[in-house]
Write a protein that binds this ligand. Structure first.
Ligand SMILES: [Zn+2]
Length: 262
């Protein structure tokens, strides 16, 4: 298998996996989305909530605010050894205290660990009217996306490499396919359609549908994948990928050990 990094910018990484299989691409995607743990608010203690929104709804909103996850790592609450899952090894407290009139923002959360803070300070949580108060302590913990979406490190997706096939004899060079392509990747070169960048093809088959002589066929290559990771901001995308590969490797090692015992 070959891996080529096509793009690494901000919270996004795009790879090309060649000489691979759908099973591998899917296993990597699932490991990244479901197994790579990040920090998220898991419990909220309300001291005062005069706002128009119930505690439960506010807690849910708080949980979905992406938090930075330091690489040094926290322990999973179940594996830490403390009983309540509230010690400094497995939890971080974030406190919030505001009085209206105000729009309470994620940046109002004050963390006990400066490395575990909201990725963005401008996520609105609730609007408080004059005299309304909100005071709470939120406990953030490490967890995997398979337990709750709040612990998903980002969006991970892949697509098969598109394949554009042209029957040159049948093609009459009408140019209808050029107009039909929504991502404008077809141009006429010497009267025949040519693709400028096949990786941008969405496989909508718009070009094939408008082609009267049926000269175009859109297919896909099941050994080549464009793999994309967009981090929610808690962890750099390349770290999500590296961790996912490590976790997948660990699982396979364990599987192989178990099989050898049989
Ligand atoms: Zn603990």
């Amino acid at each position: 298998m070959q891996v080529e990094i096509r793009k690494l910018e901000g919270n996004e990484v795009e790879l090309m996996l060649s000489d691979s299989t759908p099973a591998f691409a899917n296993a990597l995607r699932r490991a990244a989305m479901r197994e790579v743990p990040v920090m998220a608010i898991d419990e909220v203690e309300f001291k005062v909530n005069d706002s128009a929104v119930y505690d439960e709804i506010l807690s849910h909103r708080l949980a979905l605010i992406p938090l930075r996850t330091p690489l040094k790592g926290y322990a999973f609450p179940g594996e830490c050894g403390c009983r309540e899952g509230r010690c400094p090894k497995c939890s971080v407290s974030l406190t919030l205290k505001r009085e209206g009139p105000a729009t309470v923002l994620s940046g109002d959360l004050k963390s006990t660990d400066e490395e575990v803070v909201p990725v963005s300070g401008s996520v609105p949580i609730i609007k408080l009217e004059r005299g309304q108060r909100l005071e709470l302590t939120a406990i953030a913990r490490l967890g995997p996306g398979k337990e709750h979406a709040k612990w998903q490190p980002g969006v991970i997706a892949y697509k098969y490499m598109p394949v554009f096939e042209l029957d040159e004899k049948a093609c009459d060079g009408c140019g209808d396919c050029v107009k039909a392509c929504p991502v404008n990747i077809i141009e006429l070169v010497e009267g025949k359609p040519k693709i400028t960048d096949i990786t941008l093809c969405t496989m909508c088959r718009g070009c094939a549908d408008v082609c009267q002589p049926k000269a175009i066929r859109i297919g896909s290559d099941p050994t080549k994948f464009i793999f994309r990771i967009e981090s929610a901001g808690g962890m750099p995308p390349e770290q999500i990928l590296l961790k996912a590969m490590g976790l997948l490797g660990d699982k396979l090692d364990e599987f192989s050990k178990q099989v050898k015992k049989l």
